[in-house]
Design a protein. Structure first.
Length: 344
């Protein structure tokens, strides 16, 4: 019998980036498992612009090569871009994370690219709106060295490609109830990342819940790593009447390491709090980074489970060896209690 960890291992051997053949392979596996459990399953096809790196970014600051990450959905340089850095305020990714931004300007002070950074962390990101200009992400240690300098000289290069003809697929189970709970998770992973924690753990737990709660609706979204593209597409097609049929969304994302936490709507907080053990950190101000956000913006109540800390998100090191069964079982147990309470 396949365990939760076995399934996490099975789908996180290699990255499953939205729109790729590997992601579609996992899509078919999930759909097959749901059908075997007796669900009627549909695949919601969504046109999608993917992205890939053709030539990895190279960045030199004052003649010294520094560590750099690409930024998804940003453009290419024309050969080697030469210029200097000027502060350019801040930019936001995933509608949530603020990054310090520099623009790379030419001799006429015209922006030809951007560098983003933070003093506290670095992890693979995307610009929320596609950019023809290239973006580069530098590490905190580099930022600390340059933040007080003026006129930093830049040499930068990167080659990327927008994949305009791709499609993604949301996996949706049929549920015609007038009031229903929607259990959601995303099954894609970030570029370069096998995605054991982010989010094979959520997929595994959702499938476990599907074995027990046949009266819930399940949604496995793609392209969450592209600013929740799949869940936004799903919500966009729902009428106001259909949205009102959703009692709340129970979203599952990243709980293979660290201590479980819960985010929920204020209206649900009292009921949810009674169902959770005291050590579980409960937050009542939902934010934008997760797939519940498109629903919450439309007035749908939400409950979300994750676990932290975890230092390997969006990296090639997000592998099965970092995953622990204990927080997975804890979150599964909490989710079961909530569904047992609300699905009677």
């Amino acid at each position: 019998m396949q365990t939760m960890l076995d399934f996490v291992k099975e789908i996180s051997k290699v990255p499953r980036v939205a729109g790729t053949a590997q992601c579609n392979k996992i899509r078919d596996l999930i759909a097959k498992k749901l059908k075997a459990l007796g669900f009627e399953v549909s695949l919601q096809e969504v046109p999608f612009t993917g992205w890939k790196v053709l030539k990895k970014p190279v960045l030199k600051l004052n003649g010294k090569k520094v560590k750099v990450l690409p930024v998804i959905w940003s453009g290419s340089t024309k050969g080697v871009l030469k210029g200097r850095l000027l502060k350019a305020g801040k930019t936001k990714t995933f509608e949530a994370y603020q990054w310090i931004r520099y623009k790379i300007v030419d001799s006429e002070n015209k922006a030809k690219g951007f560098v983003i950074t933070r003093p506290d962390m670095v992890w693979l990101q995307l610009v929320d709106k596609k950019s023809k200009l290239p973006y580069f992400m530098i590490y905190p240690e580099t930022y600390r060295k340059i933040k007080e300098l003026k006129g930093v000289k830049v040499e930068a290069s990167v080659k990327s490609e927008f994949l305009k003809s791709q499609k993604i697929y949301n996996i949706i189970t049929r549920n015609d109830s007038k009031k229903r709970v929607l259990v959601s998770c995303h099954y894609d992973s970030m570029l370069y990342a096998p995605g054991a924690n982010d989010n094979a753990t959520g997929v595994s737990a959702a499938l476990e819940l599907a074995k027990k709660f046949k009266n819930a609706q399940f949604a496995f979204f793609s392209a969450e790593e592209f600013n929740k593209f799949g869940s936004y597409a799903f919500v966009k097609k729902l009428s106001k009447k259909e949205l009102k049929k959703i009692r709340f969304v129970l979203n599952l994302d990243m709980f293979g390491s660290g201590k479980p936490y819960c985010i929920c709507s204020e209206k649900l907080a009292k009921k949810v709090k009674k169902l959770l053990p005291k050590p579980v950190h409960l937050m009542t101000k939902p934010g934008p980074p997760f797939d519940y956000w498109p629903f919450f913006k439309k007035g749908v109540q939400i409950v979300h489970f994750g676990a932290s800390p975890y230092n390997y998100c969006h990296t090639p090191q997000d592998t099965i060896g970092k995953i622990r069964l204990k927080p997975m079982k804890q979150v599964l147990g909490y989710a079961e209690k909530i569904l047992e309470k609300f699905l009677v």
